[in-house]
Design a protein. Structure first.
Length: 425
């Protein structure tokens, strides 16, 4: 017989805590394993998933769980626009107002984009098209939605600068993949500080209309758009590009031959070095005794003229190059003069572009198709630019790395064109 004084103690949870606990248990029972916040030492959880996979619900559940069980925490929700953050991440069918128990929400200020919980935690909305608003605020945790639709990296940079509260600040990104520099960079960092979860629309077919699923499959299965929007593939090749990743990967070698017949450093110079200026393309390539062409290094970047000249001359010496090739359309004799002042002994060949970029690149693309070029190790930034270089020549930024590559391989593929016009003595 158990006397009243011997009855086991059963704690009575306050209503907000009880609702929070019940909601969390309900989510853990119904969610698929990839939707549960993973354990382990990661800084960024990148969820690349197709339409309808459950990205919004996953991001909302993660932020809700953190804010509820970490009183007085500061969390950020960032979407392409403020309206996206409000209408989808907060008020949407899978947003925070659906995920959080009503008893846990003290106030939702729609005009200010602020949600306060009864435990003192705050969830603040930001728009990726107003990155300056993220300059200053600090956070324990953040959720970025549809990063692939952001116009630039400024908002992400400012968010990461402020993601520094507590002992373990983390970022969750939910997005359908698009070929942007931000996503390519995050994808390259997987298994470092980025934990990648990949999901397809089909993974959530039990919760989607069979009619809609059939329609999507009939219309988009096997297409480039379907691979991106349904299968969540990060398609880093651009349709109509002169090069593709599969082709380049087949031509990659871990190192160049010990003996090379001829090595050149090619420059596509930029005459300014500001934040919005073009890059100076600097590529080193060589012709091997086997007749193949080897792309050895890419040292392109934004440099002042003195700085790129120093790098070019350093490469010329370290790589035992026999020549420097430089486009002189924009700079004229300035390029020659800068190099000559620093190192009068080198061999220099000025080249002028008489045809457009696409016409100059087509013969070099043909060399790749013929298997006559090798890339030594990974040349990620150069290869990204190559796989975006299309036959219509429409690129957001000037393809400076590709231009330098084309000059280098053109020189090496036509060894009988003659000696350099200028010898610096």
């Amino acid at each position: 017989m158990i006397l009243p004084s011997q009855t086991p103690f059963l704690p009575v949870l306050p209503l907000p805590a009880l609702q929070a606990f019940n909601n969390r248990m309900r989510w853990l029972l119904q969610a698929r394993a990839p939707q549960i916040t993973p354990a382990g030492d990661w800084r960024i959880w990148l969820i690349l998933a197709g339409r309808g996979w459950g990205k919004t619900r996953t991001g909302a559940e993660d932020i809700a769980h953190y804010a509820l069980w970490n009183p007085e925490s500061r969390c950020a929700v960032v979407a392409p626009t403020y309206a996206d953050a409000r209408d989808t991440c907060i008020e949407g069918e899978s947003g925070l107002l659906r995920v959080l128990p009503p008893a846990c929400v003290e106030k939702w200020n729609r005009s200010m984009g602020e949600m306060w919980l009864t435990n003192g935690s705050r969830i603040k909305l930001f728009s990726a098209d107003q990155p300056e608003r993220l300059r200053g605020p600090q956070h324990h945790r953040a959720w970025c939605d549809e990063l692939g639709a952001w116009k630039g990296s400024d908002a992400l940079d400012q968010l990461l600068f402020g993601l520094r509260l507590g002992t373990d600040p983390r970022l969750v990104i939910t997005t359908t993949p698009r070929n942007t520099e931000m996503l390519r960079d995050l994808f390259r960092r997987r298994n470092e500080d980025v934990l990648l979860t990949h999901g397809r629309t089909m993974d959530n077919q039990e919760n989607l209309s069979p009619h809609v699923m059939r329609q999507l499959q009939d219309r988009y299965a096997g297409t480039r758009l379907g691979r991106q929007e349904l299968d969540a593939e990060l398609l880093t090749d651009t349709e109509g590009a002169l090069w593709n990743r599969a082709q380049i990967d087949l031509l990659r070698v871990p190192e160049a031959p010990d003996e090379l017949r001829r090595t050149v450093v090619a420059i596509d110079p930029a005459l300014s070095s500001g934040a919005d200026s073009d890059e100076t393309g600097i590529i080193v390539a060589a012709r091997g005794l086997d007749g193949l062409l080897y792309v050895l290094a890419d040292w392109s970047g934004r440099y002042a003229p003195d700085a790129w000249a120093e790098r070019v001359l350093m490469l010329y010496s370290e790589m035992n190059a026999q020549m420097i090739v430089a486009e002189t359309n924009a700079g004229g004799e300035l390029v020659e003069r800068i190099l000559k002042q620093k190192a009068p002994h080198i061999l220099f060949k000025p080249v002028r572009a008489l045809r457009n970029k696409v016409e100059r690149a087509l013969p070099i693309a043909a060399l790749y198709e013929q298997g006559r070029v090798r890339h030594v190790s990974a040349l990620s930034l150069l290869e990204d630019q190559m796989c975006r270089f299309t036959t219509d020549g429409n690129m957001h930024k000037s393809p400076d790395r590709v231009d330098a590559l084309v000059w280098a391989l053109t020189e090496l593929s036509e060894p009988a064109r003659g000696e350099p016009r200028v010898r610096m003595l």
